[in-house]
Design a protein. Structure first.
Length: 327
């Protein structure tokens, strides 16, 4: 990251955003975190605050308030969003207004502040329930959830700002990132929900048959891919899939969690959720060939590290989650 000295992370108190901020700080960069703490948590970044990192509590949608914080910034990572398909299903208009409005404000502030690179956190939700697996970046995008719609609109905004203002933007399409600091509070994320249930000796509940598949990506691999995109990925709004490139069924995931936790509880199947996606797996050949991206953490090892974190959190003895194996 030699060509950048100052970075700003919107949503930097969230799950992935806090790992991004930590990585940048460890690289001796000046880091500014902007977060309204609606979904983020101070405890995710308290170890960074103890070391003097700058934290600004505000809503990124408020352009007139945030614009001055973008002055002198080289690199922006935009992670501020209301995340999750389940949450967006309950509050679709609020999610789309927040996600699109926040991005538009951050892009405008980046242009005014003469930011050198803008990295937008998108999602595999933009692919919808397309039947082509693994999913390539050049496939038609057809999101079926309000959250996915907010992300595809965000990608379009990035392209528009690149074309009109010359802002160097790149898009990261994450596939089911998991790891330390991920929240299990609203039951939106399958891995922290399964792990929490196992710790509390409760059955694992699967929505639908469990044959649906996902591409589970450990957070350190997601961070490495993001940084490779920030360093490379030059051009007018290139998009990159960042995943493991491996397809795992929810049934297989549940069995892994039961084996890891040595739990004897049952697996219970219930009705499938709205916006049901049958298969999802990333084609990561573009990131591999152009950026040198190589995911390192397999699902079993990643689950083990995440399990250890959740157990420590449950016992209130955790030394705050860290991002392992990040290059």
């Amino acid at each position: 990251m030699d060509k950048y000295t100052t970075a700003l992370v919107t949503g930097g108190a969230g799950f992935i955003g806090s790992h991004i901020a930590e990585y940048l700080y460890r690289q001796k960069m000046k880091v500014i975190i902007v977060d309204n703490l609606m979904r983020g948590k101070v405890e995710n970044i308290s170890h960074l605050l103890d070391e003097g990192i700058e934290f600004v509590k505000m809503d990124v949608r408020n352009y007139d308030v945030i614009k001055d914080h973008f002055k002198g910034v080289d690199l922006v990572f935009h992670f501020a969003a209301m995340v999750g398909v389940k949450f967006a299903t309950k509050r679709p208009l609020e999610v789309m207004d927040s996600n699109i409005g926040g991005l538009r404000s951050a892009l405008k502030a980046s242009v005014k502040g003469k930011v050198k690179k803008f990295v937008f956190a998108s999602s595999s939700e933009v692919y919808g329930d397309i039947e082509v697996v693994p999913m390539r970046e050049d496939l038609p995008l057809s999101p079926i959830s309000p959250y996915g719609i907010s992300k595809i609109v965000g990608e379009a905004y990035c392209k528009a700002f690149s074309q009109k203002y010359g802002l160097n933007t790149s898009i990261v399409r994450y596939f089911n990132v998991y790891g330390p600091r991920q929240s299990s509070e609203d039951k939106s994320w399958v891995i922290p929900t399964f792990l929490t249930n196992a710790i509390e000796d409760k059955p694992l509940v699967i929505h639908g048959s469990g044959s649906q598949t996902r591409d589970f990506t450990f957070v350190s691999d997601a961070i490495e891919g993001t940084m490779l995109i920030a360093k490379g990925g030059e051009g007018m709004t290139e998009s990159y899939n960042i995943g493991s490139g491996k397809e795992t069924s929810i049934n297989a995931l549940a069995e892994l969690v039961l084996m890891l936790s040595e739990s004897k509880k049952d697996i219970i199947h219930t009705r499938r959720r709205a916006f049901h996606i049958k298969r999802r797996c990333a084609d990561i050949s573009k990131a591999k060939e152009r950026l040198g991206y190589r995911p390192k953490v397999n699902l079993k090892d990643g689950l083990g590290m995440t399990w250890d974190y959740f157990v420590r959190q449950k016992k209130n003895t955790s030394p705050r989650g860290t991002c392992h194996n990040t290059t």
